[in-house]
Design a protein around this ligand. Sequence first.
Ligand SMILES: N[C@@H](CCC(=O)N[C@@H](CS)C(=O)NCC(=O)O)C(=O)O
Length: 338
Amino acid sequence: MKLLKTASLSIVALALASTVASADTLENVKKSGTLSCGVSTGIAGFSATDSSGQWKGLDVDMCKAVASAVFGDASKVKYVPLTAKERFTALQSGEIDMLARSTTWTNTRDTSLGLNFAGVNYYDGQGFLVNKNIGVNSALELDGATVCIQAGTTTELNLTDYFKANKLTYKPITYDTSGQTIEGFKSGRCDVVTSDASQLYGLVLKVKDPTSVKVLPEIISKEPLGPVVRQGDDVWFNIVKWSHIAMLNAEEMGVTQGNIDSMKSSANPNVQRLIGESGEAGKNLGLDAKWAYNIIKNVGNYGESFERNVGKGSPLKIDRGLNKLWNQGGLQYGAPIR
Ligand SMILES: N[C@@H](CCC(=O)N[C@@H](CS)C(=O)NCC(=O)O)C(=O)O
């Protein structure tokens, strides 16, 4: 009995110790001098390297925003490319400090995987890209199709559900990375690629003849994509969450990378609090008063990041759609900084 008691006490102690260890992300990041940020192996507009090997994208900007909030320096990020299958283990094990990799917020991930979603930086949905030569105009005509897909994604699960619900059959060809999936499609191994619709824009640009393919009209799921952290560290959860919110509020208030310095003289108290001229937001987050100023100065506001990476200023030319601010008819809504 005594032995049992000692054993269970040490289990409690172990559990406590691991909670304490995992609750130190901010301190650990500061000590190491870089933010270890999990990204994809290459998704155009979200996280991919450019011709000079620099990581770029909307998700990469999320990493840079957090590094700016913590260090005042967007370059203090170590990018860790991860496949869909690898991403959650990398976060759970502490290999990365946060994940910013086109990851859908689902119930399972938010509960039993021990993770927390710190916001939605892109509202997406699942779509289909087909070779025109299969003569299909709707996803409901895909009975018997061969579908290229990636392992460990919600895409895989939604596909099963959609075909089952519509009494259709398909043959899956499963790959580990986007690169392999595109190659599979290009080489004719499958008739259809299905993924988050935002990724289909990039895929179209990668096929030899973009007029030979088309995106079908159906969007078969909700894919709220956002940055993810481990459960058990509310300080860190808050930092990642408010980094995104700061970018949304900056857009709403018209604060940009270019005009932020002139905003110091703004008469708007909301702007004053956002850029750290007044209020305690930085202190409350365990950061410098200039945390949000540094995000906007280094990365820009949400709209600037969107347009540069996936919108009008990018090859993808994706419409803001659901990702417009709430006061423009969209879903992006930043809680107030006060
Ligand atoms: N949003 C979905 C899908 C995310 C995903 O990993 N999609 C694949 C393409 S369907 C991808 O991004 N691949 C990038 C890579 O291979 O690194 C999820 O969270 O499960």
